[in-house]
Design a protein around this ligand. Structure first.
Ligand code: PRP
Length: 177
């Protein structure tokens, strides 16, 4: 796997910084003063880089937790069979929860996770994604904080993978498969 297989840059490093900064401001303003810390939940593995950057530009006191879900396996098409591979360590009951994703594609992953979270009775539940692919949507979901819409192409980098590779690219690009 070589970076040269990335044929087009969708979101440059500068744009990544700008988008993350804007989302941090939006999120901080939206939560304002909370009685307890905001609970920021990252869906692994794709969100780990975005999550690390995002929490450093949110000025609301927060705690983090992670859940591993998988829908793509090593392929490029969402299977629709969303599996919880590793659940949260802590309870979300009565907490203000912000779910963080790297990308909403078909929407199946988020819609399943949102349903699951609502059943656990958080005080509030909002969702944030770095990338959004509206043309690929199958499951309808409301995104509270959205980084940037991208076309229906296979994106890699900034946490997003193809066969587990390319996650470390500091930008988002399109892969020629
Ligand atoms: C990717 C991505 C989202 C999901 C989005 O996860 O991180 O979780 O697909 O697709 P959807 O909107 O069509 O459900 P993947 O299953 O590839 O695992 P990963 O997070 O380990 O990359």
């Amino acid at each position: 796997m070589k970076n040269s297989e990335v044929t087009k840059i969708l979101v440059s490093e500068d744009e990544v910084r700008e988008i993350v900064g804007r989302l941090g401001k939006e999120i901080s303003e939206s939560y304002g003063e909370l009685d307890r810390e905001l609970m920021v939940i990252g869906l692994l593995r794709g969100s780990f880089i975005f999550m690390a950057d995002l929490i450093r530009v949110i000025d609301t006191p927060l705690v983090v937790d992670f859940m591993t879900v998988s829908s793509y396996g090593d392929g490029t098409v969402s299977s629709g069979d969303v599996k919880v591979v590793m659940d949260l360590d802590s309870s979300v009951e009565g907490r203000d929860v912000l779910l963080v994703e790297d990308i909403v594609d078909t929407g199946r992953t988020f819609s399943k996770v949102v349903r699951m979270m609502k059943n656990r009775n958080p005080k509030s539940l909002k969702i944030c994604t770095f990338l959004n692919k509206p043309e690929a949507r199958i499951a309808d979901i409301d995104i509270d904080f959205c980084g940037i819409d991208i076309p229906n192409e296979f994106a890699v980098g900034y946490g997003l993978d193809y066969a587990q590779g390319y996650r470390n690219l500091p930008y988002v690009g399109v892969l020629e498969l």
